[in-house]
Write a new protein. Structure first.
Lengths: 147, 82, 147, 82
């Protein structure tokens, strides 16, 4: 169970290996978010956050996932600062005895992170910089976990 | 109390954070009215609060939330991490 | 798009990095299956398969995933032979522009692999060896993708 | 045709694969009857076919599937990979 907010990159393989070592998991699901380049003409992505509240929000999201599913390990890493196309933005991981729990917990972590963790993205393009709009689909995705 | 701005609210107000006297401000909405009166930049930032979220002491709340005992109020657009 | 059946281990980090390089993905989901040890008293796991049919079945499953979701990359690796607790059994990965497609495709790959790819597991325990029973839950999971 | 056995069907028959004369065998069920008649081991393997799956030329089919043109028939329990 860990939460990290950092400027530095991370290595999915190293993080996954550490999670496997920390419990008797049969199933490990990871999600990586990556800065897209290409047709979108995004030259770089600036990630701003609310120090203090961000960490608290991520810990709360992770604790909620651990309360809902029997996880042997979980992890949320989110980068901040200026990121280039192809770079890691963030990752979540969930390990469990069974694949259904690992998949559901990883999706839950993502849906809640998207809508409840105070991060904001600004894209730099040839036409100037623009704040990324929140997507209604993200609210809908988070709403499906309401009990 | 400390008032903080993030993302385009920080850009519009041109301020990251400022100290505001909370005397007479019962709710977040009262604070928003007081901030709007501070000048054109603040008025522009709070022109359409339907696009603005607020956290009191790092918890997201509604604009009708009480400011009693609040030490930190933050305004920001909907989150777009992940 | 690749399918591998092999005795050798694989490295999740290396595989994930290769998938990211092969398209403009914003989202990458991986699933790893690991031999559980611990309370189950499983000393080792033997994995048998049907050479020829296995590869064809995995390719069909992957092609079906690519037909259903817009994936920039996908991968299925499954090991065979004798595996010890803590070792990798298999992995799937799906990369897409959006996280919903990546999550759904990875779950689909797993559900179909479980029920349609000719692999059989035998557990070695202190009380002797036993073939792992198919789980009804796996059939149910696969059935939800029927259209 | 080539008949193959996997997992506990391979263990019960003590055979990985064998050649079987397909003459007069119209369907998989006909083949199963012929195999049962081969001896005690085969009879034991096919005692309860509700737990047995079959692939004809590497495609999973039902026991009523035709064997016309078939070159490879495989019997195995439900799959347990992943």
């Amino acid at each position: 169970m860990a939460v990290r907010v950092q400027e530095e990159d991370f290595d999915l393989g190293v993080e996954a290996a550490a999670l496997r070592g920390s419990g008797d998991a049969g199933a490990l699901v990871t999600f990586s978010g990556i800065v897209r380049g290409g047709e979108g003409d995004v030259a770089a992505m600036m990630l701003e956050h609310y120090p203090g509240m961000t960490e608290a929000a991520l810990e709360e999201i992770e604790a909620e996932a651990c309360a809902r599913w029997d996880l042997s390990a979980s992890l949320i890493i989110h980068r901040v600062g200026r990121l280039m196309p192809g770079e890691n933005i963030m990752m979540v991981a969930a390990a469990s005895r069974h694949r259904k729990a690992a998949f559901e917990a990883a999706e839950f972590l993502m849906d809640y992170l998207k809508t409840r963790a105070p991060f904001w993205k600004k894209e730099e393009t040839p036409e100037g910089a623009r704040w990324v709009d929140a997507r209604e689909a993200d609210d809908d995705a988070a709403a499906r976990w309401a009990k | 109390m400390k008032v903080m701005y993030f993302a385009w609210l920080r850009e519009k107000t041109a301020i990251s954070s400022e100290e505001v006297d909370g005397a007479g401000l019962a709710t977040v909405s009262d604070l928003v009215e007081a901030l709007r009166a501070k000048g054109a930049r603040h008025a522009a930032a709070f022109e359409d609060v339907s696009a603005v979220k607020v956290a009191v002491d790092q918890k997201v709340v509604g604009f009708d939330a009480s400011l009693e005992g609040a030490t930190e109020v933050a305004f920001f657009p909907p989150m777009t991490g992940g």
